[in-house]
Design a protein around this ligand. Structure first.
Ligand code: IMP
Length: 194
């Protein structure tokens, strides 16, 4: 088994990516399994740029192959916000609930439907090879939170062709359609070729 570090402190993402790589020849480990990890400031203005910042910082610390993703929610009625600011949309140290409440409040005066998409840019870096893959999930934002699974904006996001929010889906259901699944599944295929 080849070990790959998934550079994240987000337990929800880690659970999803471990599931995507289960039954593969890769073992996904988390930086916390290896000791303290540097906090990486996301200073780039693209998902890909920020994902490589995280992957390179963790590679430089452990010198092992690393994957990372940078992801977020783009809402058309908010001109693409929260976008790359998704994690801290309601401010430093805000909760997922704070972010969801802020989005619901900002959309309130605007006309429905609130079309939106999740984007994940998944990257791989091992000191030599640099790979990246993009995944998207189209859907809409609803005005009340529903469901308790998943993380982040899952309770207010209903994927296209579904009547459930992502937070009302099981991990397997979310993982069969999600932006992160699409990005990491493509990355998995690319890894077989290096
Ligand atoms: P990142 O760690 O900078 O990639 O932050 C991504 C942020 O986007 C998360 O903290 C969530 O707020 C949001 N996000 C990304 N992917 C998802 C998802 O699958 N469900 C819900 N929220 C997500």
């Amino acid at each position: 088994m080849t070990k790959i570090i998934f550079a994240t402190g987000n337990a929800g993402k880690l659970q999803e990516v471990k599931k995507i790589f289960e039954n593969s020849e890769y073992e996904i480990i988390s930086p916390t399994d290896l000791g303290n990890v540097v906090e990486v400031e996301e200073t780039e203005n693209t998902f890909e740029g920020n994902a490589f910042l995280k992957a390179e910082a963790v590679y430089n610390q452990f010198k092992l192959p690393v994957m990372a993703d940078d992801s977020g929610l783009e809402i058309d009625q908010l001109q693409g916000r929260p976008g790359v600011l998704s994690a801290r949309y309601a401010g430093e140290n805000c909760t997922y609930d704070d972010n969801n409440d802020k989005v619901i409040k900002e959309l309130e005066p605007l006309a429905k439907p609130y079309t939106a998409r999740f984007i994940s840019c998944a990257v791989y870096y091992d000191g030599a090879a640099r790979l990246s893959a993009l995944g998207k999930l189209e859907g809409k934002i609803i005005s009340e939170k529903r469901g308790t699974n998943g993380f982040g904006y899952d309770p207010i996001f209903v994927p296209k062709d579904s009547d459930k929010t992502l937070a009302e889906m099981t991990l397997d259901e979310k993982n069969s359609i999600s932006h992160r699944y699409k990005a990491f599944n493509e990355l998995k295929t690319m890894l077989l070729k290096i």
